[in-house]
Design a binder for this molecule. Structure first.
Ligand code: GLN
Length: 288
């Protein structure tokens, strides 16, 4: 079958299944099977593909029709210009999280001279840690995750993108970090923790259905881990270090409250491009 006809047929199947981005998904999946970029498909639309390619593509379309995320089918997703391997052990990196990266970069500029350290809690694919490390090669970045598969994936993503100023550790939040010495004194601590309530309707929609529940859902209407990180981070921040947390668009006030109650100062929230509060932060000022 010709490439253009193959794409048209697959797009129709995906459309019938209610996929909102059917043409794009079909193209990305065919590119994956052929090992080419999207521009290539347009240039060579009249080329025939062999049966083997067609069979592999058909299998991917069947899986996509069943709802499987494109990023799990291709095993990769772009984030902050980096190509990251994905797996069903972790969340798929989202464009939303670029807001957190932007705020972290802004705070890093204020914090001043390297060498400084950043800690990313619940790093998953390593997206935030790697994006930051790629922008600040003079900083030392540490990413932790409870899930060993995620840690292996993140290490592999560092290698794949030739980022060397980062290390990834298996850790239940702060548990693997030493209390004093080298593991305290982070100038920045960042996290995109689980923050959905267990009855959030998003959990039964789209890609989220296939992502690990443990990376999405937290107790206390989604606030439990955010609150835990606010409490815990104080011990690991340098004086005047910042804690930056991604959260849901209705959680800004609760996260600011938790930060203020825990003694953080300069507490504020940042909006994403859609004017929704999605990141809150505070500065840690230990008692004199
Ligand atoms: N923003 C994600 C979603 O709505 C949730 C990610 C998270 O819990 N950290 O799908």
């Amino acid at each position: 079958m010709r490439i253009d006809s193959l794409l048209t047929a697959a797009t129709q199947k995906l459309q019938q299944a209610g996929s909102p981005s059917s043409r794009r998904d079909a193209e990305v999946l065919l590119c994956h099977v052929l090992g080419v970029g999207r521009a290539w498909l347009y240039t060579w639309g009249d080329r025939q593909v062999d049966e083997f390619v067609q069979a592999r593509f058909d299998d991917l379309i069947v899986a996509r029709v069943a709802g499987e995320p494109v990023a799990y089918l291709t095993g990769e997703r772009e984030f902050w210009g980096l190509s990251l391997d994905t797996s069903s052990a972790t969340l798929i990196p989202r464009p939303d999280t670029e807001t957190l990266v932007e705020v972290a970069l802004e705070k890093a500029r204020e914090v001043g001279e390297a060498p400084k350290r950043l800690l990313d809690l619940g790093t998953g694919t390593g997206a935030i840690a790697l994006a930051f490390a790629s922008e600040y090669p003079g900083w030392q970045v540490v990413g932790v995750d409870l899930n060993e598969t995620a840690v292996l994936l993140a290490r592999n993503n560092a290698k794949k993108n030739a980022i060397v100023n980062v290390e990834f550790l298996v850790s239940d939040w702060f548990s693997a970090l030493g209390r004093d010495s080298a593991d305290s004194g982070f100038a920045l601590i960042v996290s995109n923790p689980p923050y959905l309530a267990d009855d959030d309707p998003h959990l039964s929609e789209g890609d989220v259905r296939f992502e690990p529940h443990s990376a999405l859902v937290a107790a206390e209407q989604g606030l439990a881990d955010l609150r835990y990180l606010v409490q815990g981070a104080r011990q690991y921040l340098a004086g005047n270090g910042w804690l930056l947390l991604e959260h849901g668009m209705q959680q800004g006030a609760a996260v600011r409250q938790a930060l203020s109650d825990a003694g953080f100062v300069d507490v504020a929230s940042y909006q994403d491009l859609g004017s929704r509060e999605r990141v809150s932060l505070g500065r840690w000022q230990p008692c004199p």
